[in-house]
Design a protein around this ligand. Structure first.
Ligand code: HEM
Length: 338
């Protein structure tokens, strides 16, 4: 993995840091979920990222009248075609070349999946994974920059993980040492990161679940949902509920994990739980860990003065959850990179 951060004072979200971070996460997602031909080509990854950004643009018309050929819908169609052509080209190249690789595309081909399934899988999972993971990772960096005590704890956890589990020697490059930590350790031995990610998802993932009742009519909490109707459920209903999470806008990873049914929906609930949650957490821990080891950072205003309070995510900004007021991330390289 290449580290793309540079030492500078840069605007959070508007535009550079959010862009950089989502770019890193997008690259990681492409690497994990598609083929080497795509992931190794920076220009193709950038092209795909631009298409997925177009696909994420929503207007009232694209939601309410998706069949109407508005300019926004035409842009989306064009973007889908570019993504489709790119994935098809990678599948074709692999099949023609006949050279096996160690990646997801190979896994699907070896499993005997048909072409349409493989293309649909890659196209769909890139959209499912990249956006939410990028937004979550960006907000986690913002919170770690706003709360030095959490930055220290998270950094110590990564250092302890390296000391305890890395099999590469201390003289190896940082990415090689991080890569040598077994998956089991990343998943079972990072309680601080788990709490941080959990709280970031609660406060900065404005997700809304949508379901269609395929029939028959059903009563939900005393309300009739007729067959064929859609039900929309914003996660703010629980995640920002004072009764469940006192002072809900405060970032507090020490909150006790709510055990009640549907009281925490960070990765979904009931029959629909995120199938990529392990991958997402891994990408967030790895990228944030690298950032913490390489940079010191703080959240400041436009004049460089530290903010008294952490920025607040805008839940009406369903795709990016940008802060409600402009703010900046000040960061510089640390002298010693472990
Ligand atoms: C921090 C990052 C992520 C968050 C917050 C997240 C969140 C969610 C949520 C809330 C759902 C349930 C949606 C609903 O009920 O309407 C979901 C479903 C899903 N997610 Fe994720 N997700 C993330 C990353 C990923 C990644 C990286 C992948 C792909 C590897 C992925 C693949 C999926 C899939 C396939 C489903 C549908 C599961 C089903 O229908 O049974 N997600 N995700």
């Amino acid at each position: 993995m290449t580290c793309v951060f540079e030492s500078a004072r840069t605007a959070v979200y508007a535009p550079l840091t959010h862009h950089l971070y989502t770019q890193v996460i997008f690259q990681l997602t492409v690497r994990c979920l598609s083929g080497t031909e795509i992931a190794d080509d920076d220009a193709v990854v950038a092209l795909l990222k631009r298409q997925y950004d177009v696909l994420a643009e929503t207007t009232p018309t694209t939601v309410l009248l998706p069949w109407l050929p508005t300019p926004a819908m035409v842009r989306k169609l064009r973007a889908t075609k570019v993504v489709y052509d790119t994935v098809v080209a990678a599948v074709d190249a692999r099949e023609r070349g006949g050279c096996a690789r160690d990646d997801t595309l190979q896994l699907l081909l070896d499993a005997g999946d048909d072409r349409a399934t493989i293309i649909g899988f890659i196209m769909g999972l890139l959209v499912a994974g990249a956006r939410a993971t990028g937004t979550t990772a960006s907000w986690l960096v913002v919170y770690l920059s706003a709360y030095p005590e959490w930055r220290v704890e998270a950094k110590e956890e990564i250092l302890r993980l390296l000391a305890t589990h890395a099999t590469e020697s201390a003289t190896s490059p940082l990415q090689a040492r991080l890569a040598s930590i077994p998956l089991a350790a990343w998943e079972a031995d990072t309680p601080v990161f788990d709490a941080l990610i959990r709280e970031t998802l609660r406060i900065a993932q404005p997700h809304t679940a949508i379901r269609k009742n395929l029939g028959p009519d059903v009563l939900v909490d005393g309300k009739l949902v007729p067959a064929g109707a859609h039900v929309v459920y914003p996660f703010s209903d629980v995640h920002l509920d004072e009764a469940l999470y006192p002072s809900p806008w405060v970032f507090d990873p020490t909150r006790p994990a709510r055990q009640g049914k549907m009281e925490y929906l960070g990765f979904g609930g009931g029959n629909t739980v995120c199938l990529g949650n392990r991958l997402a957490k891994m990408m967030i821990k790895l990228s944030t860990g690298m950032f913490l080891l390489a940079f010191e950072s703080s959240v400041v205003d436009a004049t460089g003065i530290a903010l008294a309070e952490a920025p607040v995510p805008d839940w009406n900004d369903a795709v990016h959850a940008r802060p409600t007021r402009p703010c900046y991330l000040e960061y510089e390289r640390t002298k010693v990179i472990l």
